[in-house]
Design a protein around this ligand. Structure first.
Ligand SMILES: C[S@@+](CC[C@H](N)C(=O)[O-])C[C@H]1O[C@@H](n2cnc3c(N)ncnc32)[C@H](O)[C@@H]1O
Length: 277
């Protein structure tokens, strides 16, 4: 399919899926290829016929929704934000947990892909927050809509291109190298558990001290759906908890309780409740 035809089709279809074209503009190639394959499989002539097909077969919208999942990820994506998490945010969350008599902080990675993001958090916890680690444990729930990605996340073996941003020392200490694959050692995998979930429908039970919601909701979903999901994320955050979004993302508008970003890093804190008297 020609690029122009694909762009026109996506600009028509995405709002009907409650997604936004602006998020897909730069990564449209992979979606266009999948749509073309689907058009071929249905033996249709092109995008115009596929539009007609969608009108007559409403169930096809779920298939198209599945073709629009962008799965790009890597370890230590947005290094500066992760460093800030290790140096400032995790120790602060551990102090808050200690103040309520808790020795566990609970985190959720929403749209975790093949595990690069939750495992990066586990690495940061291990290598960058040693004093926090002495007084607390961490439990990371990681969810994604795609069970095939989650199966790869459970295996925790990655090509060099995926781990290349990590410091050499971490690679040596945290991974076993098998051929061209880097496999994360069990000690670093144990704190992460995976679950298949469409976050538009279901979300893990909170409350969470930290939620990572990066390069999904606030890039690809339309603004109204962003607002709805942000309110649900906010509900699952403890007072004083933190929400980290992607470095190119912004929140749709203020949700009661969420404070402004910390130090130019896309991490937001939920206000601590102040009780009168
Ligand atoms: C671009 S990747 C981002 C991965 C990671 N958060 C990061 O920033 O590197 C988006 C991920 O969200 C998943 N995803 C897409 N729609 C979803 C949904 N409705 N619920 C949960 N996960 C979803 C995709 O399968 C994909 O793994």
């Amino acid at each position: 399919m020609r690029d122009a035809a694909c762009v026109q089709f996506m600009q028509w279809a995405l709002p009907r899926l409650r997604m936004r074209w602006a998020g897909f503009r730069k990564v449209r190639r992979q979606v266009c290829k999948r749509i073309q394959r689907r058009i071929n499989a249905l033996q249709l002539a092109g995008a115009a016929d596929y539009r007609g097909y969608l009108r007559v077969h409403p169930a096809e919208w779920d298939v198209l929704d599945g073709l629009c999942h962008i799965t790009i990820s890597r370890f230590y994506r947005d290094k500066g934000a992760f460093d800030f998490l290790g140096e400032e945010v995790l120790p602060a969350l551990v102090r808050l947990a200690a103040a309520r008599g808790d020795s566990m902080i609970k985190c959720w990675s929403a749209g975790c892909g093949c595990g690069e993001e939750p495992y990066t958090l586990a690495l940061i916890w291990y290598f960058c927050a040693p004093s926090a680690r002495q007084s607390s444990d961490i439990a990371i729930t990681a969810t994604d809509i795609d069970p095939r990605l989650l199966a790869r996340a459970e295996r925790a073996c990655y090509p060099g291109s995926s781990v290349k941003a990590l410091p050499d020392r971490w690679l040596t200490l945290a991974f076993d190298r098998t051929g061209d694959q880097y496999c994360l050692r069990p000690a670093l995998r144990n704190s992460v558990s995976f679950m298949a979930q469409d976050m538009r429908q279901t979300r893990p039970d909170g409350p969470f001290d930290l939620i990572l919601c990066r390069n999904l909701v606030f890039t690809y979903f339309d603004r109204e759906r962003q607002r709805q999901i942000l309110a649900q994320l906010n509900e699952r955050l403890r007072p004083g908890g933190a929400l980290m979004i992607g470095s190119h993302e912004t929140l749709p508008d203020s949700v009661a309780g969420l404070c402004p970003p910390c130090a130019h890093v896309p991490i937001y804190r939920k206000a601590v409740e102040h009780r009168a008297g």
